[in-house]
Ligand binder design. Structure first.
Ligand code: THG
Length: 558
């Protein structure tokens, strides 16, 4: 079938649905929600069999849904309606939540139900639930609905709140008052729920050391204590704030200000001098964590949004070097639960006095990390992608000896979308080595996401398994332990291969060539990278759909 996506943006959920549908032989074209006129034009140009709205905030015009079926992906259980579905589910402490695929009608989210899928809730941020549970449930429910549509004759179930399996209800857009924190009264779990219900967007508005800002990236603290509301510590850019019964760490803040536009930054950076009197103390929550079991070392790095700053790369490199001094044979690079890595920390670069200089430092820090992984001959290294990876994050993963991903992971192995960035992280060595020169050009050139199974077929990664996080972790553990048993032979082979490759062309040469290109991106006459980064960091609304996504707008259909 020809399926048109009407969506606010090509976010992780729409990427996953796009790949699932394309993988089943459908053709999917995409139009961003620019205006009703543009939407109508897209429908007229593409003449789709079916319209799907994976992530749409505004109403589909009546002229469209009257004439043909439009399926809305709603991140709520059957009967739930409104623009803040997940926010309410988190704030209200729902134990079970779900995704409903419903037909667009005049009344928002009140059309007939085509499919739904539920999941148990997890103590996590809205963004994390969205990228994991919601995305998996949406994929299942959308595929079910599409099959029903294709088969024909299906009559969607009219919304009937009297039915016992329709527990949901209309809920309005959540306001800041609904989740405002009362530090003299709220316990740590309440504070966490409130912040998580608004994380990634819009954040909970609060006041920190006299500064009005939105809070993000909250984690429990088990040891540190203080007067409720007091900032009692800072560490690695995060701040720790006491509650009535304990404390929470807050990693990121966004200043509320009308004048210059603000974006999320590490909390300590936003507060600056105001933190002068606050103790630097390490607490229970840390972004980089090492654990060891049955002769396998695992390095977790849970960086907000998968962005890796110069400092974070440095700390991860240090943790890595400590890990490979241990008496183990296999290291698993586990990344974080939501992202493995998305490469450069664009927000910090945007905030720097010289974004070009900070870009340069950051890419070199990424490269130092990649080089350390590539140069390791004492250990066999596994990149285990529990979550998505993009740009430099994908190529950093390829520096390992074995790359595996959870089924459902979406990779964006390209840099070009960020203002024609050339990229580094030794990708000119790592990518052709895995997929050949021709495919390497296609993968980096077409700027499209690939899902784990497809990445395996392309040779980009070695394997994918595990339908959920727990299943994947089990699989990785078994793989790591079996590789540890074969370590001597594997390491001998690895050393020989690295020697051969180094003799043919030194790693330093790949790096120098890539960085020469990057220097042009950062310091050259063409400002495309700086413009694209500004638009990304400031979430500038799209003014049109990129042509590689909008098939219907390609001249000659190409
Ligand atoms: N029918 C039609 N179009 C749709 C939907 C539909 N488009 C997508 C939409 N469902 C997704 N669901 C909602 C439900 C409610 C609101 C928005 C999307 C809503 N919006 C407020 C408004 O427009 O005033 C603003 C909310 C806010 O402040 O964030 O209430 O079923 N045809």
């Amino acid at each position: 079938m020809r399926i048109l996506f009407l969506t606010h943006s090509f976010n992780s959920l729409s990427q996953r649905l796009y790949l699932e549908l394309m993988g089943r032989g459908h053709e999917v074209s995409i139009e961003f929600d620019i205006s009703d006129a543009v939407t109508l034009e897209a429908v007229a140009m593409y003449r789709p069999d079916l319209i799907i709205a994976p992530f749409l905030k505004r109403a589909i015009p009546e002229e469209i849904w009257r004439k043909q079926v439009c399926l809305i992906v709603h991140p709520g259980i059957r009967g739930d309606r409104g623009p803040s579905a997940l926010d309410w589910a988190i704030l209200n402490g729902e134990q079970e939540w779900g995704v409903t695929v419903l037909q667009a009608a005049a009344e928002m989210d009140a059309g007939g139900i085509w499919a739904s899928a539920n999941f148990p809730m997890r103590a996590a941020s809205k963004g994390s639930l969205y990228r994991n549970e919601v995305t998996a449930a949406a994929a299942a429910a959308v595929l079910e609905a599409v099959e029903k549509f294709e088969a024909g004759g299906f009559v969607p179930e009219p919304l009937d709140s009297a039915r016992p399996d329709v527990r949901g209800q209309w809920r309005p857009a959540m306001r800041q008052e609904d989740r405002a924190i009362d530090w003299r009264d709220d316990d740590a779990s309440t504070v966490l729920r409130k912040i998580r219900s608004a994380d990634g967007f819009p954040g909970v508005l609060d006041e920190v050391l006299g500064e009005a800002c939105y809070l993000y990236d909250a984690h429990p603290e088990t040891g540190l204590r203080g007067a409720p509301g007091e900032i009692i510590a800072h560490y690695n850019g995060m701040i720790c704030r006491a509650t009535v019964d304990g404390a929470v760490w807050i990693g990121h803040l966004k200043k509320k200000q009308e004048s210059e536009p603000a974006f999320k930054l590490p909390a300590a950076m936003v507060l600056g001098e105001k933190l002068a009197g606050v103790a630097e103390t390490e607490g229970a929550w840390r972004d980089i964590r090492y654990e060891e079991k049955n002769g396998v070392g695992t390095l977790h790095f849970e960086f907000y949004n998968g962005a890796m700053s110069t400092a974070q790369c440095g700390r991860l490199l240090q943790a890595y070097q400590e890990a490979i001094r241990r008496d183990t044979k296999v290291i698993v690079l586990a990344g974080g639960a939501d992202f493995w890595s998305n490469g450069l920390h664009l927000n910090l670069i945007e905030a720097a006095d010289s974004p070009a200089d900070e870009s340069w430092c950051n890419i070199n820090a990424m490269n130092d990390l990649a080089r350390a992984i590539l140069a390791t001959d004492s250990h066999f290294i596994i990149s285990a992608l529990q979550g998505n990876a993009g740009a430099g994050g994908v190529f950093l993963a390829l520096a390992a000896d074995r790359v595996v991903a959870r089924e459902g992971v979406v990779l964006n192995p390209h840099y070009k979308a960020m203002g024609n960035l050339y990229g580094s992280e030794y990708w000119t060595y790592l990518l052709p080595r895995r997929v050949g020169a021709e495919r390497a050009g296609e993968i980096t050139g077409n700027r499209l996401p690939v899902r784990a199974r497809q990445a395996k077929e392309l040779g980009l990664i070695d394997d994918c398994f595990g339908s959920d996080a727990a299943g994947f972790r089990c699989g990785v553990e078994a793989l790591a332990e079996s590789l540890a048993a074969d370590a001597p032979a594997l390491l001998a082979e690895k050393r020989a291969e690295r020697r051969r490759d180094e003799a043919e062309k030194p790693l330093a040469a790949y790096r120098a060539e890539e960085l020469a290109q990057m220097k042009r991106n950062f310091y050259g006459f063409d400002p495309s990278y700086h413009v694209a980064r500004y638009n990304f960091v400031h979430k500038v609304l799209h003014s049109r759909t990129p042509r590689h996504l909008a098939l219907h707008r390609r001249i000659g259909g190409k």
